[in-house]
Design a protein around this ligand. Structure first.
Ligand code: HEM
Ligand code: SF4
Length: 691
């Protein structure tokens, strides 16, 4: 027994960590192939990184909420197993790098002791559920969405419905109809809504996403009662699991399925799945956020620049007399030592909770007004008082070439250069939250460049026989005055060293021609993309030597794209698939023993499909979606008489769960059918081998 495991009281978590440890050993001994191991470790937050032989660990921070003690636990593992530096992400996770694979189970165990998990931080699962950093505090919000966000992420953690989908699924909660949680770019965006009768509910947006083919989310429901949220989400996930593309990774996100099936068909499928829920759903009750009192209230004279700091970084909460303090973290990168000092100094004056924001910053909620000066002084003395929280000067950037395999040109150094340019030349942007800059190292858009006023993604261009680091410029993304979202339009590609000058040109033009109170997104729509294409032409040319050297580098640029961590690829060996089918069935049998009938049924469902896929792969048949597998199996094996399911067809057999009931009797019968089917598959494959 590994000693660190004893610190964990939850047997399910214990098993998870032991399982990761066991699989690492099997992998090292060559008994587990690389692709299977990769999909397992990704679903446990263990990623590869640009530097070989070490791992990036993604620590899940649901809704970005942390107590100081949880944050300290993260800092401790970061010191012990990583480099003492961490990164706040645009999805409110915390990432640490350069971790040895063998250390990951112990690291995970230490985090779990503080109720922090790695489970389903990556992989084809429901990823970290994010929320507006102001959820529960926002004066504009109709009610606090956090209890539902909490219930939703817990409900889907380890839930069989979403362990091996075709692709990841991202959910966000906004605090108000202003979509403060960026639902527009999520697979599912949840916004609080109150109907005419005064009942609490949610507006649901679906099928948004960024990446190479960005799509804004569309309204699925203007209002559903709060207790429908989790059942509808379960139904959507089941539809995605069954009909979503699995083979072509670049077409596998939910947005592509939605684009093919459309809203009406999705609603019909949801209704069909809703008729057979997996079991009881959590009962969530409405509760408003109540700030806890700080241990100390200490009134001191306001530090120099206090009013400016309040204007640029402090937001009034809906709880009277309480304020949320924004703390800018440039690039989302920080050190453990500085953070520990900060938490220790702030602890007496705060509620000892903190939030990670989608802008890669931190937010300190619940500061009472009398403590604002002392909090300001602490931030200033410890060097955390940069002005302009979530403002025009607060540039968002993915880690890019620093650590990511897929990055093309540098995003982080450029981000720092742009922040300095703005702070010096456009300081008024520190108070402007309607203009923003976001940078990604490649078109995957982890830095959310598509929703920025001025967005950039890494690229390269050939000039005079050599390759130059470049940035694709997108302009005009963001929220318009009427509340609608625009995604940025691709304008042109520039040498990356010309980006600061291009930004200057765009801003000067905007400030000269903007109508009173016109947002940048509205201005862009008025003048059009051709206008910006012409405006930026002056920055395209150039062949000076410096243009061939990327930001932060001293040598000539060499594009070096590694292989991305592909959460979707599992090697399609027939025996591996059959083994996986058995593993799924075992999980189903275990769920039966524990009386989880709905889970047992879903595992048995997935087991049959995995088994059928094994045979189809052997025949070279298409297995892009679960729905394809059902149809192909009937065509290739049932119509030819090789298999004769009692239900008449394999599809009818597998989908019989939809007409079933969530009872022991039905689950027993369904699991038995699955078991008999897998036995028959084994007989079939061994006969085929023998002949
Ligand atoms: C190991 C490094 C990473 C890889 C290989 C990776 C890969 C990807 C890919 C392929 C996409 C496009 C999704 C699609 O269209 O299907 C994407 C989107 C995204 N990623 Fe990453 N990512 C990495 C790190 C990060 C980091 C560090 C962050 C946060 C700072 C992040 C946040 C996001 C966000 C916000 C999106 C856009 C939203 C969406 O459509 O899903 N990713 N990532
Ligand atoms: S945008 Fe590209 S470079 Fe940046 S983290 Fe995502 S995959 Fe890596």
């Amino acid at each position: 027994m590994l000693s660190f495991i004893n610190e964990i009281d939850d047997p399910i978590v214990q098993r998870d960590i032991l399982d990761l440890n066991r699989r690492i050993l099997l992998f090292r001994q060559g008994q587990l192939n690389e692709e299977s191991f990769r999909s397992l470790r990704l679903a446990r937050g263990v990623y590869g990184q640009r530097q070989p032989g070490v791992q990036m660990i993604r620590i899940k921070v649901p809704m970005g909420l942390l107590t100081f003690d949880q944050f300290r636990a993260i800092l401790d593992v970061c010191d012990e197993y990583s480099t003492g530096k961490y990164h706040l992400t645009t999805r409110q996770d915390i990432q640490i790098h350069h971790v040895k694979l063998e250390d990951s189970p112990e690291l995970w165990a230490k985090l779990e002791a503080s109720k922090v998990t790695l489970r389903e931080a990556c992989g084809n699962t429901v990823r970290n559920v994010t929320a507006s950093p102001l959820a529960g505090l926002d004066p504009q919000e109709p009610f606090n969405v956090l209890p539902w966000a909490e219930a939703l992420w817990r409900f889907f953690l380890r839930n069989p419905v979403c362990q091996e989908m075709g692709r990841k699924f991202k959910v966000s909660f906004s605090s108000s109809d202003e979509d403060t949680g960026l639902g527009v770019m999520h697979d599912l965006g949840v916004l609080p809504a109150v109907n005419d009768a005064g009942e609490l509910g949610f507006k649901l947006l679906v099928a948004g996403g960024l990446g190479a083919q960005p799509a804004p989310a569309e309204v699925l429901h203007e209002w559903v009662p709060t207790d429908e949220l989790i059942p509808i989400t379960e139904a959507i996930l089941r539809v995605f699991d069954r009909d979503g593309e699995r083979a072509k990774r670049q077409k596998a996100r939910f947005k592509f399925l939605y684009q093919t099936m459309g809203r009406d068909a999705l609603l019909k499928e949801i209704a069909r799945e809703r008729a057979m829920p997996s079991g009881a759903f959590p009962d969530v009750t409405h509760a408003e956020h109540i700030p806890s009192s700080p241990a100390t209230v200490e009134e001191i004279p306001a530090p120099v620049g206090h009013e400016t700091w309040r204007k640029a970084n402090v937001l009034a909460q809906k709880q009277e007399g309480h304020f949320a303090v924004g703390i800018r973290v440039p690039l989302g990168d920080e050190t453990t030592a500085r953070t520990r000092d900060l938490l220790d100094a702030l602890a007496p004056y705060t509620s000892e909770t903190i939030r990670v924001t989608q802008s890669q910053d931190l937010l300190l909620p619940d500061v009472v007004e009398a403590n604002l000066p002392v909090v300001h002084r602490i931030l200033r003395d410890l060097g955390w008082d940069a002005l302009g929280f979530q403002s025009g000067v607060d540039v968002t950037s993915c880690p890019g070439t620093d650590t990511c395999n897929l990055a093309i040109s540098n995003s982080t150094h450029l981000s720092t250069v742009l922040e300095h340019t703005l702070e010096e030349e456009f300081p008024h942007l520190m108070f402007d939250r309607s203009f923003n800059i976001k940078i990604s190292g490649c078109m995957n858009a982890c830095g959310q460049h598509s929703i920025a006023s001025f967005g950039l993604h890494g690229s390269s261009m050939r000039r005079e026989g050599a390759t130059m680091p470049a940035m694709q410029i997108l302009v005009g993304g963001g929220r318009r005055a009427n509340g609608e979202w625009s995604f940025g339009k691709k304008i042109l590609k520039l040498p990356t060293k010309h980006v600061p000058a291009a930004l200057r040109t765009v801003l000067i033009d905007f400030e000269q021609h903007q109508l009173p109170h016109e947002t940048f997104a509205d201005y862009f729509l008025r003048v059009g993309d051709r206008y910006h294409y012409n405006l930026l032409q002056q920055h395209v040319e150039g062949t000076s030597e410096d243009l061939y050297v990327d930001w932060g580098s001293e040598t000539a640029f060499k594009p070096q794209i590694g292989v991305g961590e592909c959460a979707g690829v599992v090697i399609d060996l027939v025996s591996t698939l059959l083994l996986e089918a058995r593993e799924k069935l075992d999980l189903g049998l275990e769920a039966m023993q524990e009386g989880r009938w709905g889970h047992a049924i879903y595992h048995a469902y997935a087991a049959q499909i995995a088994g059928a896929k094994a045979l189809l792969v052997k025949e070279g048949e298409k297995t892009n979606t679960y729905a394809d597998i059902l149809a192909s199996f009937d065509r290739v094996f049932v119509a030819t008489g090789a298999f004769s399911p009692e239900a008449g067809s394999f599809t009818a057999q597998v989908l019989s769960y939809l007409g079933g009931a969530n009872t022991q009797t039905f689950a027993e019968a369904y699991v038995q059918t699955a078991q008999a089917f897998l036995d028959e598959l084994d007989r079939h494959t061994s006969t085929a081998k023998a002949s």
